[in-house]
Design a protein around this ligand. Structure first.
Ligand SMILES: C=C(C(=O)O)c1ccccc1
Length: 373
């Protein structure tokens, strides 16, 4: 029987276990440049089978929150090289989550203070995180976006391709395309945010077109075995909504089956919330989604996330419902989570007040077991 603690090869990447550090925004990279504190934080967690970095914007246009690390300047790429070197020295594997926030942004973060971009000029009922002149951080209403012109889309696909190449050159073992949580790619997918009347809007096929163009470009650049994707079929995060998610995401995974990707990462339910959250008339059927992916020839590892504890995670892998389980908050407060799960030991409780912004407090100062008196 397969165990959560067994090794696994996903695409071109060999993992020592099936426990994944989920992408976690922490807003601790001023100037969008990863720093030595970030490197220490990730290195502390290198016992994970796989680390997925926090969301990392591919361009300034794709930046929606203050002090998140980018993937688009030489300084940031040098900073990421520090991170990947440290994780590899500690025996870990790490992929970067490539992020374009679309409408979930603020004019003050955009090039020349312009409007954020989106499939349509529909403002997200959401907030983003800004850092004030005095260094204090605060959440602010997202700005009204402008609709992307059709002839701008190829340029953004090129930005994803270019960033994927830069990520591999910075030492990452692969990349995860952020297609979840109401950000740009998800905005194209969902009917609530995509009101386009061209061939990128309307039908499910049209709304998924941009996603597949991004996936195809990245696979062509770095190979399918280093490419993965995160989706969130029913999350309401960042005002994401679609009235009929099952056929929409069935079409998405059937299209993804064309490539031998490393993994498919699925957020079950509302991100950070109820696992049984529902959008549309019927509960979402995750088993049917995976079955549709397999029926279309998909062979990538299946990663699940949201609200998993030790028991649920062990059961999901043993029952064959998942190949990998991603943990978020538990990895924030337990750098040695793998050991704690393996030995079923006590866990450090996460300090919600230090999730976003700040320094070492609530970031690199959580004790590992050997440091617990
Ligand atoms: C990248 C994020 C996501 O995927 O939801 C995020 C951004 C800000 C705060 C929490 C999470």
């Amino acid at each position: 029987m397969t165990s959560l603690f067994d090794p696994l090869t996903i695409g071109d990447i060999q993992l020592k276990n099936r426990i994944v550090m989920a992408p976690l925004t922490r807003n601790r990279s001023p100037g969008a440049v990863p720093n030595t504190l970030n490197a220490a934080y990730y290195e502390q967690r290198a016992s994970a089978g796989l680390i997925i970095t926090e969301g990392t914007p591919i361009t300034q246009q794709g930046q929606g929150y203050a002090d998140v690390p980018g993937l688009y300047t030489p300084e940031a790429l040098a900073g990421w090289k520090q991170v990947t070197d440290g994780v590899h020295r500690a025996g870990g594997k790490i992929v970067v989550q490539m992020w374009h926030v679309g409408r979930v942004s603020h004019d003050s973060l955009q090039p020349n203070g312009g409007k954020p971009v989106a499939p349509s000029a529909v403002t997200a009922k959401s907030k983003t995180y800004l850092v004030n002149a005095d260094g204090s951080g605060a959440f602010a209403e997202t700005s009204e976006p402008r609709a992307l012109e059709r002839d701008e889309l190829a340029g953004i696909v090129e930005d994803y391709r270019h960033a994927a190449r830069a990520a591999i050159d910075a030492g990452f073992d692969g990349i995860e395309i952020h297609a979840a949580n109401g950000y740009l790619i998800d905005q194209f997918l969902r009917g609530g945010s995509n009101k386009r009347t061209d061939d990128y809007g309307g039908s499910i096929e049209n709304r998924a077109r941009f996603l597949f163009e991004v996936v195809d470009a990245i696979v062509a650049e770095i190979g399918a075995g280093r490419t993965a994707i995160r989706i969130s079929p029913v999350t309401p995060a960042n005002d994401a909504f679609d009235a009929n998610p099952q056929p929409l995401f069935t079409h998405v995974v059937e299209g993804l089956a064309r490539h031998a990707l490393a993994y498919i990462h699925v957020i079950e339910g509302a991100t950070g919330g109820a696992r049984d959250h529902q959008q549309g008339d019927t509960p979402f059927d995750y088993a049917a989604l995976r079955a549709a992916y397999a029926a279309a020839g998909g062979k990538a590892a299946w990663m699940v996330n949201n609200g998993y504890n030790r028991e649920l995670a062990i059961e999901a892998v043993e029952d064959g419902k998942a190949d990998l389980v991603a943990f978020g908050k538990l990895f924030i407060s337990n750098p040695d989570l793998v050991e704690r799960l393996k030995n079923d030991t006590v866990m450090n409780a996460p300090d919600v007040g230090t999730f976003y912004g700040g320094g070492a407090k609530g970031y690199t100062d959580y004790p590992a077991l050997e440091n617990v008196a």
